[in-house]
Design a protein around this ligand. Structure first.
Ligand code: CTP
Ligand code: CA
Length: 224
């Protein structure tokens, strides 16, 4: 059934979301990754679709069902994620929830690396592109650009620094020092140029709905 317009505040909007970890190959059987489950990003995609938006979800490797009404693009590496994001702009809103691997192996071996009997192989790393910062600086910048920041210390201070450094509108900061990564709950603080709003610890689905409600409100007031 069709919901009433007041329940579809993002109708006509395109929302681009990244979620999950990225996976950076070392050789055909090994990779570098992180503990991100993708749950928070998928919950935000579901909430945006429920609010009436057209949603593109660029997902790293995760074990999650695609939310109803969401266009999902699966990627593995940060560079694949960057290309998928670029290829799916423009968007009214972009929310980069993915835990992008900061580094990848400089050389990817075509064959499985073997034990050599002596020293273990030295892994040379190189930095991945910053998808959020690139989107902020690019030609197709969404009018509302939101990053997430997983921190284990100085959460708000680090988020404020990232807000400026990356040139984004909001940073949703979360303290991942507990079991947030992979867990069901999240406690976030929304950091904007105007200030900091601290939300309670709550299920990731509720965090998603709270965030999307604020996104809808922001688009409405900026249109006036
Ligand atoms: N991000 C990104 N591309 C990267 C690294 C991060 O798009 N290569 C995005 C994340 O999706 C998130 C935001 O940037 O929305 C902040 O990520 P975070 O890891 O907290 O910031 P970094 O700049 O990587 O800083 P650090 O990990 O050193 O704290
Ligand atoms: Ca990082």
């Amino acid at each position: 059934f069709e919901q009433e317009p007041e329940h579809r505040p993002l109708f006509g909007r395109h929302v681009l979301i990244t979620a999950g970890p990225t996976r950076e190959p070392i050789d055909p059987v090994r990779y570098i990754a992180n503990r991100s489950s993708g749950k928070q990003g998928f919950a935000i995609a579901a909430a945006a679709a429920a609010a009436g938006a057209r949603v593109t979800l660029v997902a790293g490797p995760v074990f999650l069902e695609t939310p109803h009404g969401v266009d999902r693009i699966d990627v593995e590496s940060a560079r694949e994620m960057a290309a998928a994001v670029k290829g799916n702009l423009p968007a009214d809103v972009a929310i980069m929830v993915a835990a992008v691997s900061d580094w990848r192996s400089k050389d990817v071996s075509g064959e499985k690396i073997k034990k050599r009997g002596s020293a273990p192989p030295a892994l040379m790393l190189t930095e991945n592109p910053d998808i959020l910062a690139t989107t902020a600086a690019g030609g197709n910048r969404p009018s509302l650009l939101i990053g997430f920041a997983a921190e284990t210390q100085d959460v708000v201070e680090n988020a404020k620094t990232k807000l400026k450094r990356k040139g984004v509108d909001w940073i949703v900061a979360n303290d991942v020092s507990g079991d947030v990564m992979g867990g069901e709950n999240n406690r976030v603080q929304i950091v904007t140029k105007r200030g900091v709003e601290s939300l309670q610890n709550m299920p990731k689905d509720d965090v998603a709905r709270e965030l999307i409600a604020r996104v809808a409100e922001e688009l409405e007031t900026s249109a006036e």
